[in-house]
Design a protein around this ligand. Structure first.
Ligand SMILES: O=C(O)CCC(=O)C(=O)O
Length: 300
């Protein structure tokens, strides 16, 4: 096994601790929910779409996925597509998603990426235990992920699991994932049995969402069922957060404004454009691109 790592961006000056969130006059969450979020690192479930709307969301995604697979993508490659697909962009600006997130982060919200995590029936890939903030070149760490269920998700079809309270531990050591692990991502936190709290499955109906903070330890098993398990992650932060690998980050100013000027706004796309899949030699996740650019800059 490789040596445990404590910083994915060696040499970076960044604040790597959980920042308690919440606003003075919440309008969508009650104060107990905000306290719960800060204590446990997540909230689940939150109702967003009606069952009929959830059905329409699913139909939209079925079509998108069929077109993506036909073009040569796998079911985890739909990352950042809200800048190509108008229907996806409209999830980013959906008031029923933004309201609870605003109660945590304040009136100005940047959605700096989205990513579908789609486990097809019998899908052998797991998402190994990890902390999101460990991957992301953002400081301070203040991203809230909305995980919007497109399918009903439960223990049987590999719902996401979290370990409550682990967001308060800061950066945990991780290793580069090994081939045989079949991890969708490339970091793995080991020894999760050493944490006091057992993992919790975030079970939801299609149309509901969970919210989690970026230091919370989470992951998911392979999907051994005959049911698909699809969720769209939307990554929101407040604009005072900066991407330290670039002079200006990119994201949708989903509501309010960007007084910091750290973010270049990405407009609503005109249509539904399915991007071409990457060539094998390209990085298909922007995260890898950031990391590569950082490592190259350190070597200079
Ligand atoms: O959907 C999953 O199983 C994992 C999602 C995840 O890792 C994330 O939202 O950061």
């Amino acid at each position: 096994m490789s040596k445990p790592i404590l910083e994915a961006y060696p040499g970076a000056e960044r604040v790597k601790e959980f920042v308690p969130l919440g606003t003075d006059r919440p309008r969508h969450l009650i104060r107990d929910q905000i306290e719960d979020f800060n204590a446990k690192g997540y909230l689940c479930p939150i109702d967003v779409y009606t069952p009929d709307e959830a059905e329409a969301n699913r139909a939209y995604f079925d079509d998108l996925l069929a077109k993506a697979l036909a073009k040569g993508w796998n079911s985890y490659g739909q990352a950042g597509w809200h800048i190509h697909c108008r229907g996806l962009h409209d999830f980013v600006t959906e008031e029923r998603i933004l309201g609870p997130v605003r109660d945590l982060l304040g009136p100005d919200l940047v959605c700096w990426t989205t990513h579908f995590f789609t486990k097809l029936p019998g899908d052998g890939k797991q998402v190994s235990w990890h902390q999101d903030a460990s991957f992301w070149p953002l400081t301070p760490s203040k991203t809230v992920t909305a995980w919007l269920a497109f399918d009903d998700v439960d223990r049987g079809n590999a719902a996401m699991q979290v370990i409550p309270g682990t967001h308060r531990l800061g950066q945990l050591p991780f290793i580069h994932s090994e081939e045989g692990e079949n991890n969708v991502l490339d970091q793995s936190t080991m020894d999760i049995d050493s944490f006091a709290e057992p993992p919790v499955h975030l079970e939801m109906k299609a149309g509901q969402m969970s919210l989690h903070t970026d230091w919370l330890l989470h992951g998911s098993d392979a999907n051994r069922s005959d049911r698909r398990r699809c969720g769209l992650t939307l990554r929101f932060t407040s604009p005072d957060v900066r991407n330290f690998t670039v002079s200006e980050g990119t994201g949708v100013i989903a509501c309010g404004s960007d007084p910091s000027g750290y973010w270049q706004h990405q407009p609503r796309p005109a249509g539904e454009d399915i991007p071409d899949p990457p060539r094998p030699e390209d990085d298909w996740q922007r995260r890898s691109g950031w990391k590569r650019a950082w490592d190259e800059a350190q070597d200079r």
